[in-house]
Design a protein around this ligand. Sequence first.
Ligand code: HPA
Ligand SMILES: [Zn+2]
Length: 346
Amino acid sequence: MAASPDHEWHAWLRALPKAELHLHIEGTLEPEMMFELAGRNGIVLPYADVQAVRDAYQFTDLQSFLDLYYAGAGVLVTEQDFYDLTMAYLRHAQADGVVHAELMFDPQTHTQRGIALETVFAGLARALREARDTLGISSYLLLSFLRHLSEDEAFATLEAALPLREAYADLWIGIGLDSSERGNPPEKFARVYGRCAELGFRLVAHAGEEGPPAYVRSALDTLKVARIDHGVRSSEDPALLQDLIRRRVPLTVCPLSNLKLGVVHHLRNHNLAKLLRAGAVVTVNSDDPAYFGGYVLDNYIASADALDLSRDELVTLAANSLKASFLPPAEQAGLLDRLSIAAGQS
Ligand code: HPA
Ligand SMILES: [Zn+2]
């Protein structure tokens, strides 16, 4: 989109009902909240102030980000901390026109520090349920395994979480796979994903962010995921890309994340528009907005500016996000109706 001086199209874009499908709740921890939670939990941060934290966010690749991201999550201790974190994200998301969010969380990041799984679930769920009533945002949780740890540890996490499934059945509907991609291919988690499929969970996995297209193939065919998180390197394998298009497998693309982590060096070079125009089910998401400098609307706007996306393409991206969600078809249909009305209003 050409930038108009009054940014009238930003308001239009904001008003489009959209879903956010690739969001790590630990990645929404803003430096201000990091200090607030550190203060209330008696934790001393290795930074003088908020600006020093922001200054540290100079990432060269995925791992350089993950090191800070896991350290930052160390301030999350109580149920109230997880509630506050989640509520702050949901307020931001609502302001961006998000009507449904599917949040990933990393239990192992917390249980390894001695935080009870119940504390994590309880804080997240209280905010998500409250937001359903007060903000009109529906949501689901995707419990994500850390791929730099072993499959046995993923199994142990699953077993520890299963007793909580009934209490959180309205929210915890799926499983994800994140953390250091290179050297940790999807097939490392084949058995635990098989078990999760038997248990009826919806499945997603990060693949093709830094890892090769073969990892996307493995996530699809071995893990049998319904969506690929990132997946931008799929375009390096034309047969794979054709398969993704033919099977209508959504890609949850995160443009500002890709820029910050050096997956692309300029948004002008991002393949989001090419993937979309080739017929892939592309969605736009923020990944870890506190670390990557933008929430979901920022990602839409930056992509539209850099890639000259048309209004129709922006509506397609929003529609894709609703269709790629795990919402029941009737709810998707209702939201798609709302989208077509909003799209027609300028
Ligand atoms: O973009 C990501 N990739 C892998 N793991 C992650 N954990 C948080 N964000 C990411
Ligand atoms: Zn991610």
